[in-house]
Design a protein around this ligand. Structure first.
Ligand code: IPE
Ligand code: IPE
Ligand code: MG
Length: 241
């Protein structure tokens, strides 16, 4: 039946926000909220697999987040390592491919080694691609693509006309998300209604859901509710239906 057919977004992306406030509300240190947030990552990954979402991406750490107190940054990085170690068997069991995107040159060697290991081990999994954006910002992404182009032109001046003829699709292939479709749905938790420099290019035609729920409280029911709201949206892409 047509009305029973669920419209599942191919790519759901989440700006996971509100960990600090969640912890403060409980009289705890901010890092306590980050640890609780890992549970939400697990729950939403499972829900995405169950619902047939093909790409789930998570904004875990922005380029701007490097400006936080050193001990918070350190704890966040340690949590990533711990979560990757602990979750690898579950990723394999659920057939999930794990990908990290961002300015990886700013990450420690040990974290990068762990990421490479996790990415290689899960590379041929096909049920869901889980993308974690680490040390990422949208402006950085566009800038690194532009710099890549400049370098190519400097090395191959004869390709000037070809490069000048580049279209939007081709430029998109120079972003770190080259192999990932643009997000259909972007969810931001914690009541903030901004992009905070996330996927500026790729979000051009995304649907947005802003919810007051803090990230550590965003679990399977909240994820499913967001999918239900998305299913009601009418995406027109500037055209007339
Ligand atoms: C999101 O929660 C996690 C990161 C940005 C790393 P916050 O740490 O931003 O929590 P709030 O917004 O201060 O509550
Ligand atoms: C955005 O959250 C970045 C991540 C969720 C990783 P922030 O808490 O850092 O963003 P602002 O400060 O509210 O814009
Ligand atoms: Mg925040």
């Amino acid at each position: 039946m047509e009305e029973d057919k669920k419209i599942i977004p191919r790519h759901v992306s989440i700006i996971m926000d509100g960990n600090g406030r969640w912890a403060c509300e409980r009289g705890k240190e901010r890092v306590f909220g980050h640890a609780a947030g890992v549970e939400s990552v697990r729950a939403c990954t499972e829900a995405a697999v169950e619902e047939g979402v093909k790409y789930l991406s998570l904004f875990a750490f922005s380029e701007e987040n490097w400006g936080r107190p050193e001990d918070e940054v350190h704890t966040l990085m340690e949590l990533m390592v711990k979560a990757m170690k602990e979750e690898l068997p579950t990723l394999m069991k659920n057939d999930v491919r794990f990908v990290v995107l961002g300015n990886r040159g700013r990450l420690s060697d040990s974290l990068n080694a762990m990421i490479d290991d996790c990415m290689q081990t899960t590379a041929s999994n096909g049920r869901l691609t889980l993308v974690v954006f680490l040390s990422y910002s949208g402006k950085w992404d566009i800038l690194q693509a532009a710099k890549g182009l400049l370098e190519e032109l400097a090395g191959h001046p004869e390709r000037k006309e070809e490069l000048l003829g580049m279209d939007i699709m081709e430029f998109g292939k120079r972003l770190v998300t080259a192999d990932i479709p643009d997000p259909d749905l972007i969810i931001r938790t914690s009541g903030e209604c901004r992009l905070s420099n996330y996927m500026l290019w790729q979000a051009a035609y995304s649907e947005f859901i802003f919810t007051d729920v803090l990230w550590p409280d965003f679990r399977k029911p909240e994820f499913r509710a967001a999918l239900a709201e998305y299913a009601k949206r009418d995406r027109r892409y500037g055209k007339v239906k």
